[in-house]
Design a protein around this ligand. Structure first.
Ligand code: 6PG
Length: 239
């Protein structure tokens, strides 16, 4: 596990954008495509803006396939839909082709949306292992990642899958990759900044005795791939 601490969010975003482009160009050179899983939430908005503007000419975006590690159970036109946030900050500016974006179909029930999404992943990977080139993750101040929230069924889900989960604290359903699916990736990068995440970051990255039920991001431990934390000094204040 690699933990990189940056003085400011701006410097962090540039470093992470450079990293994304590096992985993208490696994947495109090796196999002609880059399978990239996006995170939702607020943290990645500036990164996505950077990638779609200053970094627009740094890789062949026509060879990039975009996926979502989790999605809220809201309609696609809701401001809370991660797909819409990525469309606004990334896809529209890159003019990404529709068949290169794998949105979660939240017009279905959460359970059916999860089943349908997993089927689309199996098809994209031709029934082989679902091994993404890069999965970008955020982390909540409660130590959740994707939609693997503390004390939910998803923490215990040991299947390589996309599942639906009811999150009591949100009083809402979510659709999410399971930790074993995330851990299949070649590369995993966390994007975590702000003092509000300092406590969770300390527990997730330094607790000797793991307690994934309380800090689900502790479940992220790639089987063969690389894990890198991109954090700012505020989030790293307790390390
Ligand atoms: C989501 C994300 C979620 C997010 C964390 C951090 O759908 O919200 O996938 O896991 O990364 O909640 O959110 P912020 O970046 O907004 O702090």
């Amino acid at each position: 596990m690699n933990l990189l601490i940056y003085k400011s969010v701006d410097v962090l975003n540039i470093a992470l954008a450079d990293y994304v482009i590096k992985i993208a160009n490696q994947a495109i050179e090796e196999k002609g495509s880059f399978n990239f899983v996006l995170t939702g939430g607020n943290s990645p908005k500036e990164l996505y803006r950077l990638l779609s503007t200053e970094y627009k000419d740094k890789t062949d975006w026509n060879k990039v396939y975009f996926f979502f590690g989790d999605e809220r159970n809201v309609s696609a036109d809701s401001n809370d839909y991660n797909g819409g946030m990525a469309k606004k900050n990334l896809f529209d500016k890159l003019d990404t082709a529709a068949d290169h974006i794998f949105y979660v179909d939240t017009a279905l029930t959460p359970k059916d949306a999860a089943v349908a999404y997993k089927k689309s992943l199996d098809k994209h990977f031709n029934g082989n292992n679902i091994t993404f080139d890069l999965i970008l993750l955020g982390m909540g101040d409660d130590g959740h990642t994707a939609s693997i929230f503390p004390h939910t069924s998803l923490v215990k889900d040991k299947t390589v899958n996309v599942s639906s989960v009811f999150v009591e604290k949100l009083d809402a359903y979510r659709i999410s990759f399971t930790a074993p699916l995330i851990n299949e990736a070649e590369n995993i990068a966390f994007l975590v900044f702000g003092e509000g995440k300092a406590s969770a970051l300390k527990h997730v990255t330094t607790d000797q005795e793991k307690d994934a039920n309380t800090f689900p991001a502790q479940l992220i431990d790639p089987t063969i791939g690389n894990l890198t934390w991109f954090v700012d000094e505020e989030a790293a204040a307790l390390l």
